[in-house]
Design a protein around this ligand. Sequence first.
Ligand code: ADP
Length: 302
Amino acid sequence: SICVVGSLNMDLVINVDNMPKLGQTVIGKNLKKVCGGKGANQAVAIARLGANVNMIGKVGDDDFGQSLINSLKQDKVNTDFVKIRKDIPTGLAFITVNKDADNSIIVSPGANYDLNEEDINDCIDAIKCSNIVVTQLEIPLKTVSYLLKVAKSLGKYTILNPAPATKLSDEIIKNVDLLTPNETELEILSEFQIRNEDDIVLAGRKLLKKGVKELVVTLGEKGSLYMNNNTIKRFKSFKVKAIDTTAAGDSFTGALAVALSNDNNIDKAIEFASKVGALTVTKCGAQSSLPYLEDVLNFKGE
Ligand code: ADP
């Protein structure tokens, strides 16, 4: 099975005609409460693709936390390792969308930023029973660093989706088997300015030198690029009508984990993940857009 360690957020999405200016009040409409957080999104992506998945994370003792847990359960994600903390609120994202579909977002990390090393120790059984551990950067970096060290010492294959983008310590980098940055994330991680595809390779090499074993750089509708110390391979995306690209990166990373956990080679895994990413952009929202295994098997993409 697969273990996802990461964030759970309730997204509160509201539409406005124009974003409020500083000091201004505007009336919004169509308030929606949507389950999100990169950790939870990736766990749901994995479950919908048919794999067993344990979620490790933390929510507050409030209605948002309960809804998030219930929604994960409905998607057959094991939530036994999602802790509930009494005195800290559940993670929230306040998302304002204007009439041009541009958004501005405020994230309140809440309980996500309280996930610590002790919690990882408490959940060690979930890690031990998995062959792959997947994580992102919406929990404290200290926790990510500890988790990766523990996972590697137990001989697990580790996948880090380095989002939201931030610089990482060499300690973190060297315990990552597979890194899945998009172009912006790669640029920040490698501290190397990217202007073209050759630059992507140069930036990727910097990270491989630091000890990352493999790298899949996602390039949106341009597809992706795989690198390890011996090879570079370019993968095309599948042609679809893109409606909303939210969660494409989350579903892509989740799908890679599923395919690799089913013993596929990396080429097959990236092809599968590219189908999943393509299907995700054809629907609106985050978890609402994540495809099921059946959708992927029926997808005759080109
Ligand atoms: P992120 O959301 O992290 O920025 P990307 O936008 O790079 O991630 O998307 C991840 C993957 O999903 C891509 O590598 C690609 O395979 C697929 N994908 C994303 N956008 C599209 C698109 N418009 N058409 C087809 N596939 C897409």
